[in-house]
Write a protein that binds this ligand. Structure first.
Ligand code: PLP
Length: 402
């Protein structure tokens, strides 16, 4: 099995660390190294929630490669940029006063949300409470599989409905007054399912249990889709009881990787995440990383200001229009759409999804299989054109006929 850690071919191909430096010829070597990669724009990428960054974000990122968010003495303006970025994202999520922590992505943001819950649980129980009970949907992103392996938590999973959303009443039965955290998802990566956050929050708020919403994928889609009239539930701080939200500018925000964000309703919760710096004049940290890419914060700041609400609304409107086109094309070609999508992930029921995805890959197209559901999965993004979507469905039909 090929793993990134264990690929035995890489050393043979590149040789070892050269005794004599190769200088600029290494640029050709790098091109060669990356020869098998796809470009978002080449019409072959249908599995990715990330996309080509916006031009303005790319430019700002490239101009600030040195910027280190971990060093506020060399880069004092980055803290201002980070605070303003958090305020803009908080505003997008219905709470401009939210306190934010920029992260490397959704995994780190979710980890911080659970870490805060674990620390709150510990301090409430005087350290004698045992593992913190966390109630999650069965659809929770696999970042939570990593998190439950790292932190002292007892995960409990709530079942899903036929559209792959958590069942709020069944989740409520699992939530006790000493539950440390409940998680809901606003846009699962496998199917784009948006949990009924208001229904979940009704139960958690009644018991005073914190509710974290993982909107890593949906955070930049749902607010604008709602403004465009798509029927989606509120999911963020406009829902009383939601205490924290993850959203990732490097997914549908058009910002280069790595760019994630955790937002907290109550600034006091940030205290739970604080680690004091050992250096005079260096600010305390609230995330996991020490040295952090300031370029990503500036790029996110620039993307939000350059596009504004109307720019994102246009982009999101375009992606939803492509999704509807894809749904029509798939149905016309005889494919069964498994779940009527709420966001931009389209799932297809097929007797042999793995075989179909492999056949597509041989034709140059990257689709994926959502293994937990046994469904073929296609992600619609702004890098795809109508023509490319037509080419994909034609390739699917051709691959399926053989
Ligand atoms: N949560 C959700 C819902 C996601 O869709 C993803 C990634 O696709 C993540 C968390 C993890 O984000 P990242 O890969 O940026 O760490």
């Amino acid at each position: 099995m090929e793993t990134l850690l264990g690929s035995s071919t890489s050393r043979a191909e590149t040789g070892s660390l050269p005794e004599r430096g190769r200088g600029d010829t290494v640029l050709d070597e790098v091109r060669d190294l990356c020869r098998d990669d796809h470009a978002y724009t080449d019409g072959t990428v249908f599995n990715s929630i990330c996309s080509a960054p916006l031009e303005i974000a790319r430019r700002v990122y490239a101009e600030h490669l040195d910027a280190n968010l971990g060093d506020n003495r060399i880069y004092p303006s980055l803290r201002r940029a980070e605070a303003q970025l958090s305020a803009m994202l908080g505003e997008l999520l219905g709470h401009p006063g939210a306190v934010g922590v920029t992260t490397s992505g959704g995994t780190e943001a979710n980890l911080l949300a659970v870490l805060a819950a674990v620390r709150r649980h510990r301090s409430r129980s005087g350290g004698r409470g045992g593992p913190a009970r966390i109630v999650l949907p069965e659809s929770a992103h696999f970042s939570f599989d990593k998190i439950v392996g790292l932190l002292p938590v007892e995960p409990v999973y709530a079942p899903l409905d036929e559209r792959l959303r958590v069942r709020p009443a069944e989740l409520a039965r699992l939530v006790t007054a000493d539950t440390a955290l409940v998680v809901a998802t606003a846009g699962t990566s496998e199917a784009g399912a948006v949990d009924d956050v208001p229904a979940v929050a009704e139960h958690t708020a009644a018991l005073g249990v914190p509710l974290h919403v993982d909107a890593a994928t949906g955070g930049f889609l749902i607010p604008f889709a709602r403004e465009l009239g798509h029927e989606l539930p509120p999911f963020a701080f406009d829902v009383p009881g939601v205490t924290s939200v993850t959203l990732d500018p490097h997914k549908y925000g058009g910002v280069p990787i790595p760019s994630g964000h955790l937002l907290l309703r109550d600034g006091a919760d940030a205290e739970l995440l604080r680690t004091a710096s050992h250096y005079r004049g260096t600010v305390d940290h609230h995330g996991l990383l020490g040295t952090r890419p300031g370029a990503a914060v500036l790029a996110a700041w620039a993307a939000l200001r350059a596009l504004g609400r109307d720019g994102y609304r246009d982009l999101v409107g375009g992606v939803f229009a492509r999704r509807d086109l894809l749904l029509g094309l798939l149905r016309a070609a005889g494919f069964e759409v498994a779940v009527q999508p709420q966001l931009t992930v389209v799932t297809v029921r097929h007797s042999e999804p793995e075989r179909l995805v492999d056949a597509l890959e041989r034709r140059g197209f990257i689709a994926s299989v959502a293994r937990r559901y046994g469904l073929l999965r296609l992600v619609v993004h702004w890098h795809q054109t109508e023509e490319q979507l037509r080419a994909l469905v034609a390739a699917m039909a051709d691959a399926d006929a053989r």
